[in-house]
Design a binder for this molecule. Structure first.
Ligand SMILES: Cc1ncc(COP(=O)(O)O)c(C=O)c1O
Length: 474
């Protein structure tokens, strides 16, 4: 079902926060409330010039000018969340500020308790771990398949989830990431069936999959495959502004929605940006609209075109669906013979002014976004053709750092106990054999190298090149 109404013979998509904000802009009140820059009047003139008076006039928080409130959801914000729930096929949707990070923190704080086990994949985002530190629940690691040749993590097998459920009592929930940053997709339907069999809720961190529900050419969202709650970083690929995300509760979900909402209320800012909230409303309305859907299809076509052109190159390759797994076609992970991912990234950046999403040891991640034009893709292809024909191996490039953590942890203490234990800071060389006291998970990809409570070994050193000192348990 779409939230489309016919008005003046043209299709009009409802966007209540956008409309309320427009109304507030067109009928300004005498403002004696925050934010104190007061519609941009008291702000650095260069900044005002840069982002524009209008943007600053729209920078306000909830409560004022009939804009509604976020906690509890009232007025246009409530209506916008309901429209989002309909659009994504959820029972209830929460708008998030502070990204999917605050969604993960709230899921942990609201739905898990001290000592309870949570089955999660080792390559989960660090916000899940932060959530577990807050709640005191203990991760039971599932180690996904490693795609060694590509230097990245692959899919989570349903068997690994079933094994973890079989071997552990008191599992609070199964909490997995899908797809991976590079677009590798797990079999969520089978995993959801297994979770149902064991009567354990399934939470899917779909931070990178906001578009899936709006195209038949992208994988199916976990909301349709039996998950109980799903997170989307709309700001990543869905067209909203940075930091804005959505947390969806599925229809027939087993989770305690009240507890989740309470945690969200405690963890959220008490001054939510109306601009960010409006951008979520606008992003949902756009994704539902015929033109938004066309933008997604354009992204899919662009990605397929890029992949076809890469297939013609001799030394550059792209990760694609295999017999073992599916991929999200818009996430194009490439690698070049004889070049590390970081080296390829710097060639793209320095020689061609191309900024990729991320790079790791073996490859570079390029996102074909809904906003990319065909000419962007053509430029990228032309540059890749030049790289393919150039011998860059003459440039000496010292590389002793590793980026994508692919280690299996040796756990010596519980995550929370270690995080709050007494610690000391030691030079890295003296840390081998000691227990880590801090989270080391650089972004991107935000995947952990070391967590509090884990033994530090020689194998960690290549990932710790930028660190002189490390916090260890006393
Ligand atoms: C899988 C995953 N989950 C959660 C997050 C956190 O999302 P956000 O940046 O929206 O806070 C990220 C960020 O990269 C992520 O990759």
């Amino acid at each position: 079902m779409t939230n489309v109404t016919k008005k003046d013979n043209s299709l009009k998509i409802k966007a209540p926060i956008v409309e309320a904000l427009k109304n507030a802009y067109e009928h300004p009140s005498y403002q004696f409330h925050i934010p104190g820059h007061t519609k941009g009047r008291s702000i650095l003139p260069d900044f005002r010039k840069l982002i524009g008076k209008k943007a600053l006039s729209l920078d306000t928080t909830d409560e004022f000018d009939n804009l509604g409130t976020l906690h509890p959801a009232t007025g246009p914000i409530k209506e916008a969340q309901e429209l989002a729930a309909q659009a994504f096929g959820a029972e209830k949707t929460f708008f998030l500020l502070n990204g999917s990070t605050v969604g993960n923190l709230s899921l942990a704080m609201g739905l898990t308790k001290k000592g309870q086990k949570v089955i999660t994949n080792r390559n989960c985002h660090r916000s899940i771990l932060t959530g577990l530190i807050i709640s005191g629940a203990e991760p039971i690691w599932v180690v996904p398949k490693r795609l060694e040749e590509w230097g990245i993590w692959g899919y989570i097998s349903p068997e690994s989830i079933e094994d973890a459920l079989k071997n552990n009592d008191d599992v609070g929930m199964v909490w997995i990431t899908n797809p991976t940053y590079e677009g590798v997709v797990s079999d969520i339907k089978s995993i959801a069936d297994i979770c149902k069999k064991y009567d354990v809720p399934l939470i899917v961190d779909e931070a990178h999959a906001s578009l899936w529900n709006f195209s038949g050419h992208l994988p199916e969202s976990a909301l349709k495959l039996g998950a109980d709650a799903v997170l989307h970083s709309l700001h990543k690929t869905g067209g909203s502004m940075s930091q804005s995300s959505m947390l969806h509760v599925a229809k027939n979900s087993k989770i305690n929605v009240n507890a989740l909402e309470k945690a969200l209320r405690l963890l959220h800012t008490t001054s939510p940006s109306m601009l960010l909230l409006a951008s979520l409303d606008a992003a949902r309305a756009n994704l539902e609209s015929p033109s938004g859907r066309k933008q997604i299809e354009r992204a899919v076509h662009n990605a397929k075109y890029l992949r076809r052109e890469i297939d013609k190159l001799e030394h550059i390759h792209h990760l694609q669906a295999d017999f073992g797994y599916k991929t999200d076609v818009t996430k194009v992970f490439i690698k070049a013979d004889g070049l590390s991912g970081k080296r390829l990234e710097s060639i793209l950046e320095i020689d061609f002014n191309i900024e990729a999403e991320s790079a790791s040891d073996e490859g570079v991640l390029l996102l074909c976004n809904a906003g990319n034009k065909r000419s962007d893709i053509q430029y990228l292809i032309n540059c890749l053709k030049k790289i393919d024909k150039t011998n860059y191996s003459d440039i000496c490039y010292l590389e002793n750092k590793k980026y994508m953590p692919m280690l299996s942890p040796e756990i010596r203490m519980s995550l929370r106990d270690a995080f709050f234990a007494e610690k000391e800071v030691l030079p890295k060389s003296k840390c081998i054999g000691r227990i880590a006291g801090e989270v080391i998970a650089e972004c991107p990809p935000g995947i952990s190298v070391l967590l509090p409570g884990e033994l530090i070994t020689e194998a960690h050193l290549p990932y710790l090149v930028g660190y002189e000192f490390i916090e260890v348990i006393k």
